[in-house]
Design a protein around this ligand. Structure first.
Ligand code: B3K
Ligand code: ZN
Length: 886
């Protein structure tokens, strides 16, 4: 797509990592006063700064970012600046010729009540709150809004006392008082230097849940969670998760909290999950509010993980931050790895790993293989908000995980200690992180760093030969990475492959690798295009178990026969590898069904899958939570990814048929399992074991319903009615959701009627309606856009209904008449006028058009073209849609 065709009014420019230069000036302190008013809010700031020695000496231009505000006055060292003393830029101003120390005072006016982008200071419901990452602070006041400018903040907030009794900002509250006309103020001081993106403030009429945590050095930290009235009593799980996160971070990383107070505020309109502002995290209320009647087990686990993630940023992100936004994975990849490990330690490690890999494959692999592919450390962007991606987060976490496995836990921890010793209080790069890991361990990570620079998912092939006479097994490994936009030639990366050999009796065998005894599990490092490894003294019948624990984010193509996979699915002691073996077997079988269907042949599920599932069901050693994962068939998009062209309808039908076969053939087993697990677990038991039993019982229910037999439907309908827990209600509704039957209609209606006053629970209903594979779903989605409880501006509502359809309903979204794509284009254009970040995220499914047949691809590119032709398009959507067409 030629940029000229796009007809955007502004020509958004690209920012490059190679153009980075240090800031000309540093800001040591900022005193900010925000006077909140219904019509116009005034913001005054007083910056004390100096010339940055790292950038040079003598007079230099001071650039201040600023957007969407009225600049009232500028005062430099006590002198009011006139028009000619500074220059206006499209997205900021320049004050020229500042040589030494200076004090700059800025007065401006903003209108948070009109801020629909939800960046900067905005109103959500009846409260004011902020979101400054990545570049929201410039929408509050003129400031060098870049993460390598770190200042000490003192913030005074003034507001009407009756309507906004609670006034919060980062750090410690140092003063409060009353003002005239029923107003009041609070002053907050944060002693830690921080970049502007970590600034936060809140004003509202809020309820608070208080608790405390004693750090290991004996300091008492006040913990406060603020919610809107009506939501009190639903913060217990978040508070408990917070305390456990604080203890885990001390124990595993030696990180102790550093202020006397830690606050969380839950807001109802928020662009993403949550934000780690220093001492004052702001959360999407979806990831705080939970109680037994409204939250599923998955909700409880997600809340715990996000609370932990944001808390963990206090050290990995806040104390040590990013030099520039290209380094985003420095804080995000590392912090995701940390939250994944926290959850693994808290629950079942194997199940957690399977879930993380599922997400990586479902979302990151397609990104890495499509037109918006970018490295973990991107080299350019148009709009940085588009780079809060699964690549930067989840692949970034895999990169840190590989460092952890190459170094071992002990050296990794030494690396973390060295990283903190060197860089506490600084804004640094991914190179600095890797250097600390390398220096602390003595392991050369030069080549490993290619993971940060090179986009694309490496493919690893593994082939082997057994020599019976010599008792050797020779393993040939090779890697390649397909070209990605801007990177036609790829180099080999460093791939740690955790490997074992499983003997005929299902046990791990002792390993001799290239003549060296290596225990019964080893990490083979593939850092060239090819590598040959010889295992000696190998008995006949041994099967290699490769990429155990998913030790690298690669696509593995290994020469397993179906019989090998069946064997590993029944015996491998590595949970990921065992799960993977059954997934691979099932994928092969379902793809064979797709082929048969497309060739007009009868299709049926390979008996090997049925017997692998039966073996799993009969294996008494397996934890229920793991068994529930093992028995889940690969999703439609995973199957689509395994094909050159994703034949949406054939994949849907083949998968449905496979589930029906398993439901029907093993009906009595599912029924016995379901009935045995019923009544075994109290609905209010939130232990990991109880969650696992519920997951397995609901897996059985899914197969029972899919069999189409009346006993299955009856059990699902009864489970909805019993409404023992939200997990059981939602699982039963999901099991019924693709079947056109009175049980479904009645159950959905009853759910709606019961929960229509609870927006977060009603979102679950919107998503169920939007993700049903039944025909007519798109019309239903359009109808629900006029539902009285559907707020078309609220990100959670949009994600539930529109996202539920476009991301959660492949067969209807990809309808061959293009209706789903046209609907999405309309929505992207509508939402872009209000909230570009949400619009840009929503647009993503359209850029994957190369994966589909000609007719669909044409309709998808047509929709993208209609989007880029919109003259007032945001940078956010422009970047995604235009890259999607390129
Ligand atoms: N750091 C925030 C994400 C900010 C997104 C800005 N578009 C939450 C997190 O990753 O912890
Ligand atoms: Zn984060």
């Amino acid at each position: 797509m030629d940029r000229a065709d796009a007809a955007v009014k502004t020509d958004p420019s690209t920012i490059f990592l190679k153009d980075y230069t240090p800031p000309t000036h540093l800001i040591d302190t900022i005193e900010l006063t925000v006077r909140l008013n219904d019509d116009v809010t005034t913001v005054s700031s007083r910056l004390v700064g100096r010339r940055n020695p790292a950038s040079g000496s003598g007079p230099a231009d001071l650039y201040l970012d600023g957007e969407d505000q009225e600049l009232v006055s500028l005062t430099l060292d006590g002198r009011t600046l006139e028009k000619g003393d500074w220059r206006q830029k499209p997205e900021g101003i320049v004050v020229p010729g500042i040589a030494g120390d200076f004090t700059l005072e800025v007065e401006g006016r903003i209108k948070p009540q009109d801020n629909t982008r939800l960046e900067g200071l905005y109103k959500a419901g009846g409260m004011y709150c902020t979101q400054c990452e990545a570049e929201g602070f410039r929408r509050i006041t003129y400031f060098p809004d870049r993460p390598d400018v770190m200042a000490v903040y003192t913030v005074r907030i003034e507001a009407d006392k009756a309507r906004y009794p609670v006034l919060l900002s980062n750090g410690n509250r140092i003063e409060t008082g009353d003002l005239e006309e029923g107003r009041h103020y609070a002053v907050w001081h944060d002693p830690f230097r921080k970049p502007a993106y970590l600034f936060a403030m809140v004003a509202g009429d809020l309820m608070v849940d208080r608790d405390s945590f004693t750090t290991r050095s004996g300091r008492e930290v006040a913990l406060e969670i603020y919610v809107e009235p009506g939501n009190e009593g639903r913060t217990g799980h978040a508070m408990d998760s917070l305390k456990r996160s604080m203890a885990w971070d001390e124990e595993v990383y030696g990180f102790e909290y550093d202020l006397d107070i830690f606050m969380i505020v839950a807001v109802s309109s928020f662009n993403m999950g949550a934000m780690e502002n220093k001492g004052l995290n702001i959360f999407n209320d979806k990831f705080i509010l939970a109680d037994l009647s409204t939250a599923t087990d998955a909700d409880f686990q997600r809340i715990e993980a996000i609370v932990a993630h944001e808390y963990f940023h206090n050290w990995t992100g806040n104390r040590i931050t990013c030099r520039d936004w290209f380094q985003l994975s420095l804080k995000e990849g590392l912090t995701v790895f940390r939250d994944q490990e926290f959850s693994a330690d808290t629950h079942d490690r194997g199940v957690k790993r399977v879930g993380d890999v599922r997400l990586l494959r479902a979302a990151q692999f397609p990104e890495d293989g499509g037109p918006t592919a970018h490295p973990v450390r991107p080299d350019s962007y148009i709009e940085i908000n588009n780079f809060y991606t699964v690549t930067v987060y989840e692949k970034g976490a895999e990169v840190v995980r590989m460092i952890h496995s190459l170094l071992g836990a002990e050296a990794y921890r030494k690396g973390i200690d060295l990283y903190v010793e060197r860089h506490d209080g600084q804004a640094v790069t991914c190179d600095d992180f890797v250097a600390a890991m390398q220096d602390a361990s003595g392991i050369d990570l030069t080549r490993f760093k290619r993971w940060y620079a090179q986009a694309g998912t490496p493919r690893v092939s593994a082939d082997w030969r057994y020599d019976e006479a010599a008792r050797t097994l020779t393993l040939d490994l090779a890697q390649t990475t397909d070209p990605t936009p801007g990177q036609p030639d790829k180099q080999p990366v460093v791939i740690p492959l955790r490997t074992a050999l499983i003997g005929e009796n299902g046990q791990r065998l002792p390993l001799t690798v290239d003549g060296e005894e290596s225990g019964d599990e080893t990490v083979l490092v593939l850092d060239e295009a090819e590598r040959r490894v010889t295992f000696s003294d190998v008995p006949k019948g041994a099967v290699p178990s490769l990429l155990r624990g998913f030790s690298a984010p690669v696509k593995l193509d290994a020469a397993w026969s179906d019989a090998d996979l069946g064997f590993l699915a029944a015996t491998d002691d590595d949970p990921f590898s065992r799960w993977e073996a059954l997934q691979t077997l099932a994928t092969r079988a379902i793809l064979a069904m797709v082929e048969a269907k497309r060739a007009g042949r009868p299709m049926s599920l390979d008996a090997a899958v049925v017997s692998a599932v039966r073996d799993g069901l009969e294996d008494a050693r397996l934890e229920p939570a793991f068994l529930a994962e093992l028995l889940a068939l690969p999703g439609e998009s995973m199957l689509g990814q395994a094909m050159d062209v994703w034949h949406v309808d054939a994949v849907h039908e083949a998968r449905e048929d496979a589930i029906w076969t398993l439901g029907d053939t093993l009906f009595d087993t599912w029924l016995a399992l379901y009935d045995r697990l019923s009544g075994e677990t109290a609905a209010d038991d939130l232990s990991t074991a109880a969650m696992g039993r519920r997951a397995l019982r609901n897996r059985a229910l899914q197969f029972l319903v899919s069999s189409g037999r009346p006993e299955g439907l009856a059990r699902a309908a009864a489970q909805v009615q019993a409404a023992a827990s939200m997990t059981d209600v939602m699982s039963a509704l999901a099991a019924l959701n693709d079947t056109d039957c009175p049980e479904r209609t009645e159950a959905l209606q009853a759910f709606h009627d019961r929960w229509q006053d609870n927006p977060l629970v009603l979102d679950k209903w919107f998503t169920l309606e939007a993700s049903s594979a039944l025909p007519g779903t798109l019309d239903r989605v359009k109808e629900l856009q006029s539902h009285p409880r559907f707020d078309p501006k609220n990100p959670n509502r949009i994600r539930a209904l529109v996202g539920g359809f476009t991301m959660g309903n492949p067969v209807r979204f990809h309808a061959s008449d293009g209706s789903g794509y046209a609907f999405l284009a309309d929505e992207v254009l509508r939402i872009d006028q209000l909230n570009p970040q949400i619009a840009s995220r929503l647009c993503q499914p359209l850029v994957r058009w190369r994966r589909f047949d000609g007719e669909r691809a044409k309709a998808m590119t047509g929709a993208l073209r209609r989007i880029v032709e919109q003259p007032t398009l945001s940078k956010d959507v422009f970047e995604i849609a235009s890259k999607g067409l390129s």
